[in-house]
Design a protein around this ligand. Structure first.
Ligand code: SF4
Length: 318
């Protein structure tokens, strides 16, 4: 897809002015965005592309892994780089990650031929970080594909640089005739600042249905109180907590990985104290790309050393 990185690319840092201020305020935010030498350590069973997205890329920038949905990678850039990013291998390089209009036209041909795809997920990098011109071209292209019923915008810009949720981009999004879902990544309650609340309101004002995704991260959010506060506040501002993931086995992020039993303990407590609407599903995104598998909580007596993915293949826990 986008040409592979070097170790130097993987070490690259980028922080918006906005996030720089938050980084100075709290170690949980600092760890998410500031390079650490432990990123140079690769553990056994880790991979650069554990979800095997590169193998499911029929057209540059379009990932088609599940029959009824496709991922569209509009760019390899983000407002701020997260140190635990699953797409570290592609995120950061301006030229190699640039999508051109001709490639968007190729997406259109592919999506028009594959009418089984009803849900297109704009991702990246960060789709709200592309030029207004390209963003507008992509939206108008997707708006014209009748078989697409749902468009999703997966973005962390409202959290990492909320001022980039511009009126121009909101106006463009309003042109979509399809149902619009907006997926936001939140890892810690301190990320929900007045500026972020404002960006959330703007996305809601254009009819976006908002949901959140989070990742268990050691020394960032691996305790009950932090996640209780995060999910409760998201629920209150109209962002439905959707998934919390076990950290993917990506090279160089083992220092973020939390003990599985600790995660299960926290999620079991959260499930009993949060409203169902405020409690996300706790999943493992299967290495090798065969589905998001719910992890059993401690209400059931069952072994959790292995699990089967959507294809029936058995995996060990990493
Ligand atoms: S915003 Fe998303 S794609 Fe960009 S670095 Fe963070 S996790 Fe990766």
């Amino acid at each position: 897809m986008f040409k592979m990185d070097t170790d130097e690319d993987l070490m690259l840092e980028r922080r918006s002015r906005y996030i720089e201020q938050l980084v100075q305020k709290d170690p949980a935010i600092h760890k998410q965005f500031v390079f650490d030498e432990q990123e140079l350590i690769t553990e056994e069973d880790e991979a650069r592309d554990p979800l095997r997205e590169d193998e499911f890329t029929p057209v540059r920038g379009l990932v088609h892994k599940y029959p009824n949905r496709a991922l569209l990678l509009l760019t390899a850039q983000c407002a701020t780089y997260c140190r635990f990013c699953t797409r570290k291998r592609i995120v950061s390089h301006v030229e190699r990650g640039r999508i051109r209009k001709e490639e968007v036209d190729q997406w259109k041909s592919y999506l028009t031929e594959h009418t089984e795809i009803r849900d297109a997920i704009m991702s990246g990098g960060d789709p709200l970080f592309v030029s207004t011109e390209l963003f507008s071209y992509v939206i108008d292209t997707l708006a014209g594909i009748d078989s697409l019923k749902v468009i999703r915008l997966g973005t962390r810009v409202p959290v990492t640089d909320p001022m980039l949720v511009s009126d121009k981009k909101l106006e463009i999004l309003k042109r979509l005739p399809q149902t619009l879902y907006v997926g936001l990544n939140f890892e810690h309650p301190l990320e929900i600042t007045p500026e972020v609340r404002e960006a959330v309101k703007k996305l809601q004002s254009i009819g976006g249905i908002l949901y959140s995704q989070s990742v268990f991260l050691k020394d960032v959010n691996d305790d009950y109180d932090t996640l209780y506060e995060l999910f409760t506040t998201l629920f209150e501002i109209g962002v439905r907590p959707y998934y919390i993931y076990r950290c993917d086995p990506v090279e160089g992020i083992s220092h973020f990985r939390v003990d599985l039993e600790k995660e299960r303990e926290i999620m079991t407590r959260l499930r009993s104290s949060l409203s169902g609407l405020a409690c996300p599903t706790y999943v493992i995104d299967t290495p090798y790309g065969s589905g998001k598998i719910p992890v059993p909580l401690k209400y059931w007596d069952c072994g959790v050393e292995h699990y089967r993915d959507f294809d029936g293949t058995e995996h060990d826990i990493i």
